[in-house]
Design a protein around this ligand. Structure first.
Ligand code: NI
Length: 375
């Protein structure tokens, strides 16, 4: 195994052992800073409390490469020798792999710094899992003027050595909704004195399902999932309140608007019908990542040249990824790279195959060099 890969695996394991939840990645940031400084890589001043931006090269054009750095509130159950020592926090999305891979890219490009015709900024981004970190980076203005912003996610459903991406949406628009129903509490034997929120909740739950089945066109994609339902305390009381909360995933702005509009209409209709308050709080968390067509063509070639098994991804995954925020600034490209685990992302036994670290650093080195030839 190459010396660099061994070093990246060691760093990855150290990150894995000391995971930190979104916005609290203080030790992670310190370690990243130390490794980059040890390699004489310039770290830029930012207003960020966690995460950092490093830079290699000088002048224009400039290109950005991104890794996320945060972990999840999960109790690790892998039994690995380097399992999380921070109880209840786990790198279960492989952001430890991402950090190690992008450190590898930075180190390799640092060796070729004199030959670079421009700058590369490495974004080590906090708080991806809560969909806030990318916006915070965008707000620093430090990516303004970038010609392209590229990134990846490890994908446990693919074997090591597999690379997948597509033009257009590769991840979904992610929204979160909460509906509070306020009726009138009453004795269970005297429903005529109350307004029963359970009747309204049950109709909401089934009604919302009809948005995808009856309003969204069969050739469009959308998911509505209710993740929690709460109401009532006991068997012989009609409670006064209840709530449901869930998520909506879509792939176009039009379908996104349609789902939100229909959900609001259902709430308003049920409020009128049953004389209750039915209040929808609908939040748009992240847009889908939209891969630039030219970057996709280039990325496919580079992935081939780097030795990947390259295939066009047939459709978007309905997961969220705040990398989408970067497409406000520049054309972006985001790839799924195989990490071959029997357990899925966000699982307490998630264990990506570290052999992924063999190629990813070189993929981004090649990508950056080829982007410089084009921009
Ligand atoms: Ni992730």
């Amino acid at each position: 195994m190459a010396e660099l890969t061994e070093q990246l695996i060691a760093w990855r394991r150290a990150f894995h052992q000391a995971p930190e939840y979104a916005h609290t990645e203080v030790e992670t940031t310190r370690r990243l800073r130390k490794i980059l400084q040890d390699h004489e890589i310039n770290i830029l001043e930012t207003p960020l409390e966690t995460g950092l931006i490093a830079e290699i090269g000088q002048g224009e054009p400039f290109i950005a490469v991104r890794s996320d750095i945060d972990a999840l509130p999960i109790f690790e159950q892998t039994g690995l020798s380097y399992a999380s020592e921070n109880k209840g926090v786990m790198h279960a999305c492989g952001h430890d792999i991402h950090m190690a891979a992008i450190l590898g890219t930075a180190i390799l490009l640092k060796e070729r710094e004199a030959d670079l015709p421009g700058r590369v900024r490495f974004i080590f981004q906090a708080a991806e899992e809560v969909s806030q970190g990318a916006d915070a980076i965008v707000k620093t203005g430090m990516l303004d003027g970038a010609k392209a912003i590229v990134g990846f996610h490890n994908d446990p459903t693919l074997p090591v050595g597999a690379w997948r991406a597509k033009t257009g949406y590769i991840t979904a628009n992610v929204d979160r909704f909460k509906i509070d129903v306020t009726g009138v509490g009453a004795h269970a034997a005297m429903p005529q004195d109350g307004v029963d929120p359970h009747i309204i909740l049950s109709q909401l739950i089934s009604g919302i399902q009809t948005i995808v089945s009856r309003n969204v066109a069969p050739y469009e994609e959308a998911v509505v999932t209710i993740g929690q339902v709460h109401s009532g305390e006991t068997w012989n009381v009609i409670p006064s309140q209840g709530m449901i909360e869930g998520t909506v995933r879509t792939l176009t702005p039009e379908v996104r608007d349609l789902v939100e509009t229909r959900m609001q209409q259902l709430c308003d209709g049920l409020a009128l019908q049953y004389q209750a308050d039915v209040v929808l709080d609908y939040q748009r968390l992240t847009d889908g990542v939209y891969n630039d067509a030219e970057l996709q063509t280039l990325a496919c070639q580079i992935a081939e040249e780097t030795g990947y098994d390259v295939q066009e991804q047939p459709r978007a995954q309905m997961i969220g990824e705040d990398f989408a925020s970067y497409q406000q600034i520049a054309p972006v490209h985001f790839a799924m790279i195989g990490s071959d685990s029997v357990y899925p992302l966000h699982h307490p036994q998630y264990n990506p195959n570290e052999a992924i670290l063999d190629k990813v650093p070189y993929y981004f080195v090649n990508f950056v060099e080829r982007l410089f030839e084009r921009v």
